[in-house]
Design a protein. Structure first.
Length: 317
């Protein structure tokens, strides 16, 4: 684990070199259906005929790679595994996995915006899921008293199953499920349970998911009118099922958690309005979707700092 930082730097550089080489030869480039050079992409940037189909939207993903490398650097300066006072104070299997998932958000999205291929879109979706399932599984690990090995088995099982079903069945996995969107809800639900765990709130925590949905524009009335479409809200109670005990650690939420949430909400607001006349300028390097990438990258750093605030409670349950 002591070599995690130089390995991360080397792999990041290797990816960029491989991309430039393969894209320059034209081996990995395509156009999305119905588009050609000079058209406007579905993310508002004008499609180019160079090595990046969407130059600004592709290169802005360097923000994720830089954020992840900063995490690896911070971890490398921390204590070794047996001396760590919390999971994110130094390099270990879980902290390295989080930082690695943050880095991979960059290549995944760059492959989509840069190549305009179907497999690039798959890589992008996979990177998003690899990142977003970590926080809620990490919360369940503590409240379910999992060891690191069990966490990793569950994590990579979900990633593998998602990767296969996304490739074969498309965005909804063949069952009308958006795992990325669901995982945002599961993170907030599990975080609320982590902070306010009690035997009663354990089973009421699933209701927090409906608040999250409402914040993103889906009201309970819409869910009740289309139960077959929203069948997956039953999964809001997954944290309750796998969290039988109160966490033994506590976290400090101010400022990093709130900064991360604020940055992501700002990014999502820009994402929702990126097609508006005010924001969409196809020929500008200042693309709204690129800003979404940079703000989201900053959020991953904020949540990394947030996890580093973990401390043991004085009286563990």
């Amino acid at each position: 684990m002591n070599r995690a930082f130089p390995i991360a730097v080397s792999l990041s550089a290797l990816f960029l070199l491989a991309y430039f080489a393969l894209a320059s030869s034209g081996l990995i480039l395509s156009f999305e259906p119905g588009l050609s050079a000079g058209d406007i992409s579905r993310w508002c940037e004008r499609v180019g005929d160079g090595i990046f189909r969407e130059p600004s939207n592709a290169l802005s993903n360097l923000g994720f790679m830089i954020a992840g490398l900063c995490m690896f650097k911070a971890l490398s300066l921390g204590p070794t595994n047996h001396q760590q006072h919390n999971t994110f104070s130094g390099p270990n299997k879980l902290s390295v996995l989080y930082a690695g998932a943050a880095i991979y958000l960059g290549p995944g999205s760059m492959l989509m915006h840069g190549t305009h291929t179907e497999w690039g879109q798959w890589a992008d979706n996979l990177s998003m899921v690899m990142y977003i399932i970590f926080p809620w599984l990490y919360n369940l690990k503590e409240m379910g008293r999992w060891n690191s090995e069990r966490f990793l088995v569950i994590y990579f099982s979900i990633v593998g199953l998602y990767g296969y079903t996304r490739w074969v069945y498309g965005d909804d996995l063949g069952i009308g499920l958006d795992l990325f969107g669901l995982s945002i809800g599961l993170w907030i639900i599990s975080e609320a349970l982590f902070r306010f765990w009690s035997p009663v709130f354990r089973w009421a925590s699933g209701l927090v998911g409906f608040v999250v949905l409402a914040m993103f524009g889906t009201l309970p009335s819409e869910i009740l009118s289309s139960p077959n479409e929203y069948w997956w809200v039953a999964l809001f109670w997954l944290p309750a099922v796998f969290s039988p005990r109160a966490p033994r650690i506590k976290r400090t939420y101010n400022p990093w958690f709130f900064l991360g949430i604020g940055s992501y909400i700002t990014a999502f607001t820009i994402w929702l309005n990126q097609w508006s006349e005010m924001l969409c300028n196809p020929d500008s390097w200042l693309q709204p979707h690129a800003i979404w990438h940079l703000l989201s990258a900053f959020s991953t750093w904020c949540f990394f700092k947030f996890f580093r605030t973990e401390k043991q409670k004085e009286h563990n349950v």
